[in-house]
Design a protein around this ligand. Structure first.
Ligand code: SAM
Length: 319
């Protein structure tokens, strides 16, 4: 459906757990999981069906780390079985990915994004608290090998070694996207480096980039993609800070405790879990989600820290 500024909201990110097996410094340096995941598989099904009635066609499953959740397989199957759903994708840190590829493939996953910020194992440990770089790289390889569309997501920090990451991604056959650090949770403590700076660095190494358009329907979002003849894959940039992407924002978010978030920047009181527990029917649920979409702010205000009312860390929101 169209929101009040004419944006077509077709995409819902669903966090199925707040638990994570990494402790990334800018996301979740401490264990911020409540120890229980509040949304059940049935809650997720009902919310997803209501969203589909309103025109959502793409779901991305996130977390916490979705691969640690016992309901992942069933959630994928449930979402895939809803008439009108065109794709169900997954965002993961990749640590447990290699072994789970057969399950994901068999469940019909349409794409996997793997978060990878460095290829240096020492830096990986400093950043994530765990010696798991090789598992992540094996997970990406296994995903590509299984024929699943696979993308690497890199959050930009001051010392991002973008050339090394792009060369590796190109060799392995996985598109790579650079994402500006958002001032949400621990991300506020980081100096923001722009996508343009990364692109300039990459162009100095690889030659000029040419903008290309997304060829996957579900990607109809804020990333800009580029090709370079020396590279076998696309390089994408997501610039929430330096290139406010809000006019092309096509998404809403569902946190693992059942809060529906129309915008990443602002705190939301729309607690769908409470409403489901109180016995809301499907028509009422659909109306609540419709109203939430209509209330979606025109744009975030990441430029002014005081205006960011969201106090949750990214690990509880799902990115
Ligand atoms: N555990 C999964 C993973 O690592 O992809 C899914 C959840 S994680 C919260 C989703 C994404 O959010 C990751 O790519 C992570 O790097 C990104 N992220 C976390 N904090 C961020 C921030 N402040 N700004 C931008 N991206 C952030």
């Amino acid at each position: 459906m169209l929101d009040r500024t004419g944006r077509n909201i077709t995409y819902m990110r669903i966090s199925i757990t707040s638990a994570c097996n990494l402790r990334c410094r800018y996301c979740s340096p401490e264990d911020s999981s409540s120890g229980r995941d509040i949304l059940t598989e049935d809650d997720i099904r009902r919310i997803a069906e209501a969203a589909v009635r309103l025109g959502v066609t793409h779901f991305r499953i996130t977390g916490g780390e979705p691969l640690v959740s016992p309901i992942l397989r069933d959630v994928i199957r449930t979402l895939k079985s809803i008439p009108g759903v065109s794709s169900v994708t997954l965002t993961t840190n990749g640590v447990m990915l290699e072994d789970r590829i057969p399950m994901l493939k068999e469940s019909g996953i349409d794409g996997i994004n793997v978060s990878l910020d460095t290829l240096d194992s020492k830096e990986f440990i400093e950043l994530t608290g765990r010696d798991a770089l090789e598992s992540v790289l094996s997970g990406i390889r296994a995903s590509v090998k299984a024929g699943i569309p696979t993308k690497i997501n890199t959050v930009i920090r001051e010392n991002t070694h973008a050339e090394a990451l792009v060369s590796w991604a190109s060799r392995e056959g996985a598109d790579i996207r650079f994402i500006e650090m958002m001032p949400i949770g621990y991300g506020r403590q980081y100096k923001n480096v722009s996508c343009d700076e990364i692109r300039e660095t990459l162009e100095r190494s690889f030659g000029e980039f040419t903008e290309t358009f997304s060829d996957m329907a579900y990607e109809n979002g804020p990333a800009r993609y580029f090709r370079q003849e020396n590279l076998a894959v696309r390089v994408g940039f997501i610039s929430p800070i330096h290139g406010c992407f809000c006019s092309s924002c096509n998404r809403v978010r569902l946190t693992s405790d059942g809060i529906l978030k129309p915008c990443l920047c602002y705190h939301s009181e729309i607690n769908l879990k409470n409403m489901l527990d109180e016995g809301i029917n499907d028509a009422e649920l659909t109306k609540i989600i419709e109203d939430a979409i209509l209330s979606k702010p025109e744009q975030h205000d990441f430029g002014s820290i005081g205006s960011i009312t969201e106090k949750k860390n990214m690990v509880s929101i799902g990115g």
